[in-house]
Write a protein that binds this ligand. Structure first.
Ligand code: FE2
Ligand code: FE2
Length: 219
C-alpha cells in the first residue's frame, strides 16, 4: 500500500511538472491527459507506431546531414549525426519494448499527420531547407509534448520511465532544429514561418483520428 501511495505521489509530481514543462512549449494546441490514457489502451500498437516515428526521425537526420546551407557550415554534419544517433537509439529501445510485449515491426507505416506536415514544405530554392528544419522541429516539439503526457498517464512504470526519458531527448532535438533554422535564414523570416507552421500543425492535429498512435487525435 505504501509503495502504491509512493507511485501515486510520484505520478502526481510528474504530472504537475509535465504541465509546467509543456506550458512553455510553443504549440498552439494542448494535448489533454485523457489522450494519454486512451492512447495507452493498446500499448503494443502504440509502440509499433512509435518505432516507425523513430525510424523516420533517424532517416530524416541522415538525409539533412548532407544538406548544409552554402559552401560549408561548421558543425552541421556533427549535429545531424548526433540527432540520427539519438533517434537510432530510441528506435532500438522502442523495438526492444515492442518485441518483449509480443509485437513486431511491420514493413510499412502511414502517418496522415506527417504527410500533411510535409505538404507545408515549399519545394525547390532556399525555402525548402528552412521549411524542412521547421517541420522537423514541429514533429519533435509535438512528440516531446506527447511523451510528457504519456509519461504522466502510464501506470506501467517501465513505459512511464521510457516516455519520460524521450521527453527530455526530443525537447533537445526541437531546440536543435530551431537553432539550425536560424542559421539558414534571418530570424524575422524564421519567426514568421515558425508561427505559420505552428498554427498549421494545430489544425492538422485537430483533424487526426483518435487511436493508439503517437500523433493520433483527441477523441
Ligand atoms: Fe526520438
Ligand atoms: Fe527526436
Amino acid at each position: 500500500m505504501a509503495g502504491r501511495e509512493t507511485h501515486k505521489n510520484g505520478s502526481k509530481y510528474w504530472r504537475d511538472s509535465v504541465n509546467k514543462g509543456t506550458e512553455t512549449l510553443p504549440l498552439h494546441s494542448v494535448t489533454p491527459f485523457e489522450w494519454g490514457r486512451a492512447a495507452l489502451a493498446d500499448p503494443v500498437a502504440l509502440l509499433a507506431d512509435h518505432a516507425f516515428l523513430e525510424k523516420k526521425a533517424a532517416a530524416n537526420a541522415l538525409d539533412l546531414m548532407t544538406r548544409w546551407p552554402g559552401e560549408w557550415t561548421p558543425g552541421w554534419v556533427e549535429t545531424m549525426t548526433g540527432v540520427a544517433r539519438d533517434e537510432a537509439s530510441h528506435l532500438s529501445q522502442t523495438v526492444r519494448l515492442l518485441t518483449r510485449r509480443g509485437g513486431r515491426m511491420e514493413r510499412g507505416h502511414r502517418s496522415s499527420y506527417a504527410k500533411a506536415l510535409r505538404l507545408l514544405v515549399r519545394k525547390g530554392g532556399e525555402d525548402e531547407l528552412l521549411d524542412r528544419l521547421l517541420v522537423s522541429a514541429l514533429i519533435e516539439v509535438r512528440s516531446c509534448e506527447r511523451f510528457a503526457v504519456l509519461a504522466a498517464a502510464a501506470e506501467d512504470s517501465e513505459l512511464a520511465l521510457f516516455y519520460k526519458t524521450l521527453f527530455s531527448s526530443e525537447m533537445g532535438h526541437y531546440k536543435v532544429f530551431l537553432r539550425l533554422a536560424n542559421q539558414v535564414a534571418p530570424s524575422e523570416i524564421v519567426e514568421a514561418r515558425w508561427q505559420y507552421m505552428l498554427a498549421a500543425e494545430a489544425r492538422i492535429m485537430e483533424q487526426q483520428a483518435p487511436g493508439s498512435r503517437i500523433h493520433s487525435g483527441v477523441s
